[in-house]
Ligand binder design. Sequence first.
Ligand code: AMP
Ligand code: ZN
Length: 664
Amino acid sequence: MEIKQKIENLRTELREHNYNYYVLDNATISDFEFDMKLKELQALEAKHPEFYDASSPTLRVGGTITKNFETVVHEHRMYSLDNSYSKEDLEDWEKRIQKILGDAQVEFTCELKYDGASISITYENGLLVRGLTRGDGFQGDDVTSNIKTIRSVPLQLKGDYPPKFDIRGEIVLPFEGFAKMNQERIENGEDPYMNPRNTASGSLKLQDSALVAERPLDCLLYSIVGVNLGIESQFQMLEKARSFGFKVPKAATLCKTTDEVLEFIEYWDKHRHELPYETDGVVIKVNSIQHQEELGYTSKSPRWAMAYKFKAEQVSTVLNEITYQVGRTGAITPVANLKPVLLAGTTVKRASLHNADQIEKLDIREGDTVFVEKGGEIIPKIVGVDFTKRPIHSQPTQYIDHCPECNTPLERSEGDAKHYCPNEYGCPPQITGRIQHYISRKAMDIEGLGGETVELLFKEGLIENYADLYLLTKEQLIPLERMAEKSAENLVKGVAESVKIPFERVLFALGIRFVGETVAKKLARAYKNIDGLMMATVEELMSVDEIGQRIAESVVSFFRNGINIEIISRLREYGVQFEVSADKLENQTDILKGQTFVVSGVFENLGRDELKKLIEDNGGKVGSSISSKTSYLVAGDKMGPSKRTKAESLGVPIISEADFLNML
Ligand code: AMP
Ligand code: ZN
C-alpha cells in the first residue's frame, strides 16, 4: 500500500511538472530534480510491475518498436479545409455563409494554421488511448506509442473532461529544435533535413519510439470532436481543451465582425515570423457550433471553416546554370545559380535544388525563369517554373551520372534521394573536406592553416590525407602562392603543436561518419585509447551509453579500412595523442554524472575553460544557456543579471566557485 502510494504521488507530481514545462512553458523545478524524480519512479515501477499504468510519465522516454503501423478507421472523419488566397475569396465565403444562415449574427474564431502533421488523439475517461495520423481522412495509422513521447500531449487529463472524445491538432517541430537537430547532423557528416514540416511527419512514422522521444516535437490542438460534448462555440472549445491540459496557442481570437477577421490576418501576416514554429496561414471558423451544424460539410471540407493562406515571399528570376557540389561525405547537391534578385531583404544568387527527383518533378531547366521562395528553410528554394517564359530550344535537365570532380560513376542507394560519389579516397573535395575537418577549430585546431591553403597544398601534390600534414617542411611551402616565410613557419609550427590535442578531439578530427564532438567524447571516455576502440565490435560499442547501431557500424567500418589503419599508425608515429592522458585518467571521475552546468562570469581561482574541463572530467556536462535542463549555474564575478533572473525563475540552483570545488 505504501509503495503504491509513493508511486502514485511521484506520477502526479511529474505530470504536473511536465505540464508546467511543456504546455505552460513555465518550469517550477530544475531539470536535474525532475530527472531524479523520474529515475526514482522508473526504479520503483521496475521493481513493482503490478502497479503498471499506461499513462505513467516514465513512458515519455519511449522504447516501443513498431514494425508495421496498424491502419485504423477514424470514428469521426478528418476533413480538409478549403483554401482562400485573397480578401475577395474570403468575403465571398462570408456572403455564402450569411445567405445560408439568414440574418443570424455570425461570429468567427480565428486561429493560426500550423504547418506540421495532423493528428487525431482519442481520450477515454481522461486517458490517452490512441493517436492516429490523418491518412486519407477516413482511416489513418496508429502511432500511439510515438505520440505518447511528445511531452506536451497529456497522457492523463485534468479538469472536467467528457468521458470520450477525439481531439485534433498538428504535430510541429519548432524552428529552434529543428535547427539544433540539423546542426548535429551536419557535424556528424549527415545531410540536414529539408524542412520542419516533413521532419515532423517523418518523426511520427519512426519505428523506434525512443528516437521520437529525442526529437523536440510539440503538439498544438484546435478541435474536439465527439457526441454530447456540451460545447457551444469554437472559442469555448479551445478554452475547454486548454483546461483539460492541452496546448492551445494563445493567438486564437474571437472576432465579432469581418473587419476584425481581416485585422487578425493582417496582424499575423506581419508577425508570423516571430512565432517559434511554422505557420502557413490562418483558419477562420464560424464560432457557433449550432451554426456549424446548419452549414455542414461538402464532400471534402466543412462549409463553416476556411483557410487563408499567407503569400510566401516569392520572386522570379532567371536560372543561369545548375552546378553540382560534392560534400565531405561524397553527397552530391545540385545548386541553382541565379540572376541575383532581392528576396525578403537579402540578395539571392543561389538556391538549393535538393536532388534529382526535385529537378525532375518541377522540370527545372537552365535558362528557365523560376520562382524562388523563402520558407522555413535557411537557403531559399525554387518552387516552380514560369513556363510562359521558357526559351524555345530548352532541353530537359540531364542529371549528372558521374562525379563532377573525379568522374567516378555516381551511386544512389535505395530509399536515398541523394547521389553519392563512392570514390572516398580519390575524389578531391572529399579528400580536402576531410583534411579541412581535421584542422578545424573544434578538431585539431591547427593554427596558421586554413581551408583554402589545404586546397592549394592538395593541388600542389603536397598532401593527400591529414597524416601528410606532419611531413610538410618550410622549404616546400615557401615557393607557394601567397606564402611568405613567416606564414610557412607558422603553418609547420601549428601542425607540430597539434600533437598536444587530447585524444577525444583527435577522435572527432578523424572524421568518422556520425561521430560528432559529443560521441567522440563518449567513446574516448569509454575506451581510453584507440587500440581498444579499433578492436571493438558493433555489439560492444552499442553497450556504451548513447551509442546506437548506426554509429557503432560506422566506427567499425572506419577501423576495418586499411587506408585508415595506415593513416592512424602514421599519426601515432608523429606523436598524435591516441590515448587519454595519464593525468586526465587520474583526474577522471563520475561524480557529476547526469548533471549539467552552466558557467558564467569571472572566477577567482580557475579560468573558465579550466572549470569546464573539470566538469567534463568528472562526468558532468557543460551547457551553453540556462534552461530547465540545467542542474546548476556556477556564478562568478560580473555575471549578467539576466542569467541570474533566468536561473531563479527556473529554480536552477546558483552556486559559487567554492561550492563547485566542494562538490568534487
Ligand atoms: P489542408 O491540408 O490544406 O487541407 O489543410 C487542412 C489541415 O490544416 C488540417 O488537416 C490540419 O492538419 C491543418 N491545420 C493546421 N492548423 C489548423 C487549425 N487551427 N484548424 C484546423 N486545421 C488546421
Ligand atoms: Zn568524386
